[in-house]
Design a protein. Structure first.
Length: 275
């Protein structure tokens, strides 16, 4: 057992070392990725359940690494946050998403993820203002998705920035709703336009009694506060039916479409009445 233990330990050490190396490599490559144009945005539709049509697309970043291939945000966004590189990367995301959305039908919005680091250090107001001006996109067609982690620092300046963004006319969604510790108090402090109900609740919707009750409570609360709701990660028809019965405003997930390239979105709109 001792031998095995030591072997396991050595293996663990080695893999930790490899991880650290991989991380340093990612960090170095990330610095070059913007200028080399290695990032791409995919777009996943949100389907409005009242209007029965696509109402929005969420922009989701991908990194086409020259040797490692496609890298998912889970593997590089944390590094980008630690190094501050999320600020220029996030600014690129906002510019690019606005440019794309500007030639979609007018009722279709674009949603962009903004990380807490970018929120606090990214001159977000100026970045968004410039992106809207350059693209000609109407402010109400841009929605930013933030998580409650933005409230962990900043205090009053966090609320001030939220209000100044609202002043630009952009919409503000609270992402991954229900996974934090005190989401409800944030609803009291700022009038969000939308709550995105975290995928973990949707996953358990049909198998755990609790999940269904929670989703119902969230949608009822949102209704009372005049806030829209989006259920994320909808994969099954049965989940969709349940969400409809709860009065959820819109849904997003593999049941409808996976994140797709910008060219495929354009084709969707050109081909006919899908939207
Ligand atoms: P998120 O904002 O919660 O985005 C939803 C994630 O769920 C996306 O993963 C999406 O592809 C995935 N998804 C959508 N429908 C389904 C489904 O039916 N089933 C399952 N299993 N998954 C589904 P993705 O694209 O890998 O992004 C992961 C996370 O990375 C995002 O989570 C977001 O936090 C972050 N992220 C993505 N793009 C950006 C970005 O441009 N900036 C920042 N700061 N973060 C980003
Ligand atoms: Ca999101
Ligand atoms: Ca989410
Ligand atoms: Ca999530």
């Amino acid at each position: 057992a001792k031998e095995a233990g030591r072997g396991t330990y050595a293996f663990f050490e080695e893999s930790l070392n490899e991880r650290a190396q991989l991380r340093r490599q990612i960090e170095t490559d990330l610095r070059l990725a913007i200028e080399r144009g290695e990032f791409e945005l995919l777009y996943q539709p949100l389907f409005d359940l009242e209007q029965n049509r696509i109402c929005s697309f969420e922009a989701l970043i991908r990194w086409n690494h020259p040797t490692r291939g496609l890298i998912s945000p889970a593997d590089f966004v944390p590094v980008a946050e630690d190094t501050g590189l999320i600020v220029p990367i996030g600014a690129w995301v906002i510019r690019e998403a606005c440019q794309q959305a500007a030639h979609w039908p007018e009722h279709v919005r674009v949603a962009v993820n903004v990380s807490a680091v970018q929120f606090h250090r990214g001159s977000l107001h100026e970045t968004i203002l410039a992106a809207l001006a350059a693209s000609g996109l109407a402010p109400a067609r841009l929605e930013i998705e933030i998580t409650e982690s933005i409230f962990l620092d900043g205090g009053e300046t966090t609320l001030k920035l939220l209000h100044s963004l609202r002043g630009l006319g952009v919409r503000i969604a609270l992402d991954d709703f229900g996974t934090g510790y005190s989401s409800l108090s944030y609803l009291q402090s700022f009038p969000f336009d939308k709550l995105k109900i975290d995928r973990s609740f949707i996953q358990n919707l049909l198998t755990r009694e609790g999940a269904s009750a929670i989703v119902r409570a969230i949608t009822e609360l949102a209704h009372a506060l005049n806030i829209e709701t989006t259920a994320e990660g909808v994969e099954e028809t049965a989940q969709l039916m349940e969400l409809r019965s709860h009065g959820c405003s819109s849904v997003q997930g593999y049941l409808f479409a996976e994140p797709m390239a910008a060219a495929d979105v354009d084709q969707l709109f050109n081909s006919d009445k899908v939207a």
